[in-house]
Design a binder for this molecule. Structure first.
Ligand code: 6CS
Length: 339
């Protein structure tokens, strides 16, 4: 027979359990993987997203930076399979899955003006409606696309024209249109996952690659290349998405928490990047003063700009009416978001 104190304790324990249960019944642990480290742009975005989710709900977000779960292609597979709830994969890798996402590699389509880009990704119909539909067909809920900065070429020998890329094995992300682009620029494109780039340059298997300035510093790519060239041909775009079944299964309130967190983190990351490229370029020059930095003149850019037409035609050939419509919409969105 239970004593009064035992009965009381039993009741108290049950009450505690019920209270705790009430507070945590909907508290889920979500997993979010991305292609960069915690302190690089995608990581800073992810940290802000996590902070917002945890501030506005009982859910927690566990972050998996680059390498912890494999390469970009691996984390995408895990997100599609529902092992991860969130994933950041750049269109540079999504092109094989969603051919239209290659539109971001038509040279000189996107401006280098970061303020313009900040407005564009947020307001673009092509991104927020058309791409949302295309991603959903692959089991993905597209939450946001955001810019990571103008890409620069880094090479072992100087580049002031397309001719200088002749015979240069140039690493590109695994994206067929990016391959076409560097072919049109005169190089020998070599698609590789990120993990093979530093070693490839070190052993001279490749002699060039492109990435935004902050990434050239954070990944120490300047150690294995000697020349940085800005041709203004592209801005790095990335995308964050949720597994669609997971997202569709959330309550309306939780969907709002997720969408609001993505939007708040977007404003944060656009602001965070103001002046970032200049700041990180200075760090490269401090670390390696002999590095050359060249901003190509209009005249020097001519052959790259000429190549853009052929790459755009290739994009349409690869993607048909659907790609053509997205390209046109994107151009209209860019025009509409000029100051
Ligand atoms: O070039 C790449 O593969 C990588 N570049 C950036 C800026 N982010 C992640 C991606 O894997």
């Amino acid at each position: 027979m239970k004593s009064n104190i035992q009965k009381l304790l039993g009741t108290a324990a049950a009450v505690t359990f019920l209270v705790a249960g009430a507070g945590t019944a909907n508290a889920d642990k979500w997993k979010y993987a991305f292609e960069e480290s915690l302190t690089e742009v995608q990581g800073v975005y992810a940290q802000k997203f996590k902070e917002e989710i945890e501030k506005n709900s009982d859910h927690t977000v566990q972050l998996f930076p680059y390498g912890t779960l494999g390469e970009s292609a691996d984390i995408m597979e895990q997100a599609q399979a529902g092992i991860l709830q969130f994933v950041d994969q750049s269109p540079g890798f999504t092109g094989a899955l969603i051919p239209e996402a290659q539109v971001f590699f038509v040279p000189y389509l996107l401006p280098t003006d970061q303020d313009h880009l900040g407005r564009f990704y947020k307001q673009s119909k092509a991104i927020n409606e058309d791409f949302t539909k295309l991603y959903s067909q692959q089991g993905l809920e597209l939450l946001v696309m955001f810019p990571e900065g103008e890409v620069a070429m880094t090479t072992k020998s100087p580049v002031t024209s397309c001719e200088d890329l002749n015979e240069v094995k140039f690493r590109v992300m695994t994206n067929p249109l990016l391959v076409e682009s560097y072919k049109a620029f005169g190089a020998t494109p070599t698609p590789l996952p990120w993990g093979e780039v530093y070693g490839g340059l070190q052993t001279n298997i490749i002699q060039g690659q492109e990435n935004p300035t902050f990434f050239l510093y954070s990944t120490k790519i300047y150690e294995v290349t000697d020349h940085i060239t800005y041709a203004g041909h592209n801005n790095f775009t990335t995308a964050v998405m949720a597994n669609k079944d997971f997202f569709d299964g959330l309550s309306e309130a939780d969907q709002k928490v997720v969408n609001d967190a993505a939007a708040t983190a977007y404003d944060f990351i656009v602001d965070y990047q103001k002046g970032l490229a200049e700041q990180e370029l200075k760090k490269i020059m401090d670390a390696k003063p002999e590095m050359t930095v060249t901003v190509l003149s209009e005249e020097q850019r001519a052959c790259f700009k000429e190549a853009a037409g052929a790459v755009e035609a290739k994009f349409i050939e690869m993607t048909g009416d659907s790609g053509k419509a997205i390209l046109e919409q994107l151009k209209a969105d860019l025009e509409a978001t000029k100051d």
